[in-house]
Each structure stands twice: as C-alpha cells, then as structure tokens.
Design a protein around this ligand. Structure first.
Ligand SMILES: Nc1ncnc2c1ncn2[C@@H]1O[C@H](COP(=O)(O)OP(=O)(O)O)[C@@H](O)[C@H]1O
Ligand SMILES: [Mg+2]
Length: 553
C-alpha cells in the first residue's frame, strides 16, 4: 500500500491546489489577503477584493461559487458542504439551499486497493476470511465502498464497508488547511460573519473524525439494534465484530428493496402504507424515547427486508440527546402542535435555546404570525412547521442547538418519504401521540418519586454550600468588596431603610443572645444588656413602621 505521509510539503502543495480552485471561482483574495500581502499593500490585487468592497450587499453568486469550490476540492470539502447545507440557521437560507445541490462524484477506487486496506486492517488474506466476493461495489461514496461477500467460517452473507485508502490522511491535511482558510474567510466575507467559521470547522472536525472511525459506526449499529430489540418491524444489520476495524465493517447483508427503489416503482408484496408508518414510528422513538437517532435517514439508507421489516443502514452519524433535552423536546412539540406562542417562548428559554435577552417583541410577533399560518388547518406535516420555526429563529438571530437542527432534518426526510409512500400519511398525529405519552409518563408517581430524590439531593447540596456562600458574602461585605448593582431611582432612601432594618435585626439577635448572660446587672431577672437591646430595637421598629406608613400615604 502506498503510504502517504503528511509532510509540510504536501500541505503547501494542497494549499496551492486550493488556491487555484479558489482563484478560478473568484475567491482568490481569501488567500492573497494574508499577512504577507497586508505588509505590502501595493502587491495586493484590489480587483479581487470584491466582497470586501461590497460591504453589506453581498454578491448573489457567492453561494453558487462556494458550492463549485467545495465540489472541486473533494471529499472533506463535500462533507463540509453537506453539513453546512443542513444549517440554514448558521449559513443563511441561500447558501444552505445551494449547498444541498452538492454532488458527490468521487471516482470509484479499484478493488485491488480496497483489498489491500482490508488485508492490512484485518491482518489476514481476504480469501481466508471471505468467499464469493463480488468485486463490483454495491455502494460507493467519498469515504467508503461497500462489497457483497460471504463469511468463509459460517457461509453467512455479509456486506463489507471499507474505507478508501488514505481517507484519513487526506482529511487530516484538508482540515488543517480548512482551519487556516476559515480564519481568512471570517475576516473578509461579511456574508459569513455571523457564522463563526472557525467554530463550525472545529465542530465539523469532531463529526468527520467520528465518521471515519468505523468502530464508531460498528458501535452505533450495536446500540441501535439494542434499542430496537423488542420492536419486531425494525431491522438493524448485525455486525461481525471479529472482522471490524477502524476502516472495515463486516455486517449482515440485508437482502431486500432499497426504499429509493420502492419510491420509483410498486412491489406487490410490499405494503407501502405500513412501511411509511414503521418509518415515522421508529424515527420518533429514536428521537424522543431513546435520544439516539439516525442523522441521515434518507431513502437510500433504508431497506425493506424480504420479510417486510424496515432496516436502517449507514449509521456513521447519530444524534444524541441528553435526558433533559429529550423530555423538554416532547413538551415543546406538544406546545407547537397546540400553537401557544407564549408558552413556546417560555419553553425555548427553559431549554436554553433562546436567552431571555433574545426574547423580544419581534420574536413574539414573528412566532404569532408563524402560528397563525397554521391556525384552523389540521396539522399534518411537521416538516413545514419545523422549517418555519427555523426561519423565525434565523430572522431573530437565534442559533439553534446542533441536535435540534439534526432532528428537524431527520423528521423532514422521514416525513417526505412517508408522504411519497402513503398520500394519507399524517406524521403530526404520530408525533402528538408519542409526545403526549412521554409527557404523561413524566408525571407518573414513580417518576415523580424518582425526581423528588433528585430534588432532595439538590436541596442537600444547596444546604451544604449555603454556609460557605454566606461566609464568603459576609467576608466580602467586611472587606468592602461586595458590589451590588441597584437600578432603583430612590436608591438612597431604600438603602437608609435597609440599613435601619439590618441594624434592627442585628440588635434583636444580639439582645436575644445577651438574655443568656448570667453575670452582671439584672432587672426583673433579665440581664440589663439584653433588655436595653430590646428597648432600642422596639423604638427602631416603631420608627420603621411609622416611616413605612407615612410613605404609603
Ligand atoms: N448491510 C447492508 N446490506 C445490504 N446493502 C448494504 C448494506 N450496507 C450498505 N449497503 C449498500 O451500500 C450502500 C452504501 O452504504 P452506506 O452505509 O449507506 O454508505 P455511505 O456512507 O457511503 O452512504 C447502501 O446504499 C446500500 O446499497
Ligand atoms: Mg448511505
């Protein structure tokens, strides 16, 4: 196998290639305007600094040119573009729509090279592990190729998903350069400013490295299978872990009809209505019950098995939700279906999706407008609803959590397929039923008992921390370090009363303690010090009450 070492020389070569592609598409200045050219402004190619001069009215051809650049730059960039195409809340609707047209036309890698990867990875000759290997791939994309074979050991039919040679190395070097470019673009393109490209690239880096570690996908297959072990109508390919590695997955071959084909023609034995229903039910279970869901459930990643089950494949990327997000999401969905804008906003704040500062009148009006669109009509499609919600968020400069966008896209894909399979399909109804079940379940006695324990634990922590907090605050007061921002207009008056109240409280507590002193002078059996304290407190108290009454008048 040709081993490609990633030297500085390679990086410079690649940067040069990228520069050529950028220049061809009128983005040359992103590289030209680097620190070197900044020092020597007369060398700068002003003509190319188009976007910079255009300021706030960006060139409409930018999205198209961006797509072309990504397509020409190969796998890592295509993947990046595909990720950005699902984030209109980050890149804006125009760029997202254009990037959806990205084509992945990476050439097929010859079988010999794939065989080398398998043998290096599994440490044995391919013929010792598999028989009846079909050398024509059944699937091919930028990162992997899939082959059909049988296991020599058991004769079982398997699908072998293999990573193309050097994928990791190429991606690693591309990501380095992407980081460099992200900084440049962030500086020069006003259009992508709100996007914070460097952060997006870091997020992308994390997700693509997960995707190219096939052991992650192997684990995802096992976890999803476990979540569906009691659901008879869903199938997840079994993995043969002995023949899996970071670059190879050997899994059960699923004999059946790809849903892409089912959309094109009729198969008399397949009940399309049922399949649509399996799709939506299983997807909502993944999102709302398990919080572990397929991030890309397009029809090419769904197969109907010979015995009429629905099978999910291609689990390279999964969405994961934490317990709290999952539950609050079910509530949000019920509120959305119920169309109550006030409560929706409260829920979004509670979910940390919008900050109280982002809760503007405009947001409320926009949300009301959006909900009015659906008023009266029977809600059938979640896709339109989620898409419109997303647009309201974009309009109000609210970036949504990544998972939220993933869910919206996943639901849109499943729903779209469902509608094509069954014209009477109603995803909203299914979603409503399930969300209701979840929310009701949340208030079941045993759940409440469980969460009360959590609540008690929280209280206990609070009680433990409280003395420390009070101590700290008091020492800050003592050292004059406590800063309080009061915005009340009659602050000084307030402070006066507050000081008197504080002195009063201190006096009462002090006098009470003084009542226990046994030494010194006593009147009527009480220590004189304590009595004086109480008398003074009484006078002060009366003074405060009188002042309060005068002010109220
Ligand atoms: N377990 C399997 N059984 C049958 N066909 C499979 C299996 N896994 C993958 N394939 C075929 O290979 C294609 C590509 O596999 P997939 O996992 O979707 O990879 P990619 O990430 O390249 O989309 C699928 O569309 C499907 O046709
Ligand atoms: Mg796929």
């Amino acid at each position: 196998m040709k081993v490609r070492t990633n030297t500085a020389n390679d990086n410079i070569k690649r940067l040069n290639e990228i520069y050529k592609v950028l220049k061809k598409n009128d983005f040359g200045y992103l590289i030209e305007e680097n620190t070197f050219f900044k020092k020597f402004p007369f060398l700068r190619n002003r003509k190319l600094s188009k976007e910079e001069e255009l300021g706030d009215s960006p060139d409409e051809s930018i999205p198209i040119r961006m797509r072309k650049v990504l397509e020409e730059l190969g796998p890592a960039y295509i993947k990046l573009g595909q990720m950005l195409s699902t984030r209109p809340d980050l890149v804006g609707v125009e760029i997202a729509e254009e990037l959806q047209k990205l084509r992945d036309d990476t050439p097929v890698t010859p079988f010999d090279e794939i065989k080398e990867v398998i043998e290096t990875e599994l440490g044995d000759s391919m013929n010792k592990i598999y028989v009846d290997i079909d050398e024509t791939p059944i699937g091919s994309a930028s990162i992997g190729q899939v082959y059909k074979a049988r296991l020599r050991e058991t004769g079982e039919k398997v699908a072998i998903k293999v990573q193309k040679p050097n994928s990791r190395e190429l991606i690693e070097s591309d990501i380095k350069i992407m980081k460099f470019l992200a900084k440049r673009i962030d500086q020069f393109l006003t259009m992508t400013k709100p996007l914070n490209l460097p952060v997006v690239i870091s997020e992308f880096e994390r997700s693509i490295f997960k995707e190219i570690n096939f052991l992650e996908e192997t684990m995802n297959l096992q976890n999803l299978a476990n979540n569906f072990k009691k659901v008879s109508y869903i199938k997840i390919p079994e993995v043969h872990t002995a023949y899996c590695s970071e670059k190879v997955i050997t899994m059960e071959y699923i004999d059946g009809v790809a849903v892409t084909d089912l959309l094109k023609k009729d198969y008399p034995k397949i009940d399309k209505k049922k399949i649509a229903n399996y799709g939506v039910k299983s997807y909502f279970k993944q999102v709302l019950i398990d919080g572990f869901f397929h991030a890309d459930p397009h029809p090419g990643n769904l197969i109907v098995t010979k015995d009429g089950k629905l099978c999910y494949i291609d689990l390279g990327m999964m969405g994961i939700l934490n317990e709290n997000f999952k539950e609050t999401l079910a509530e949000l969905i019920l509120l959305l279906i119920g169309r109550n804008s006030n409560n929706i906003i409260k829920q979004l704040i509670y979910m940390d999706i919008i900050t109280p500062a982002q809760n503007t009148d405009k947001l409320k009006t926009d949300l009301d407008d959006f909900l009015n669109l659906y008023y009266g009509a029977e809600l059938r499609n979640m896709d339109g609803l989620l898409d419109d919600l997303l647009n309201v968020m974009v309009e109000n400069n609210i970036a949504l959590p990544r998972e939220f966008v993933m869910i919206g896209r996943g639901i849109a894909l499943i729903e779209d397929t469902g509608k094509k399979l069954d014209p009477t399909f109603n995803a909203a109804e299914e979603l409503k039923k399930l969300s209701r079940k979840i929310v009701i379940n949340k208030y079941k006695p045993e759940r409440i008992a469980k969460s009360s324990i959590n609540y008690l634990l929280q209280l206990e922590h609070l009680a433990k921390d409280l003395p420390d907090t009070i101590n700290n605050t008091i020492s800050k007061i003592e050292n004059g370090k406590l800063e309080v921002n009061l915005k009340h207009l009659e602050v000084s008056e307030l402070i006066n009363q507050l000081s008197v109240s504080l002195i009063l409280s201190a006096l009462i507590i002090g006098s009470s303690l003084a009542m226990f002193i046994e030494k010194g002078y006593h009147i009527f059996g009480y220590p004189i010090l304590g009595l004086i304290g109480f008398v003074v407190s009484g006078i002060l108290g009366i003074y405060l009450i009188i002042q309060y009454m005068i002010e109220r008048e």
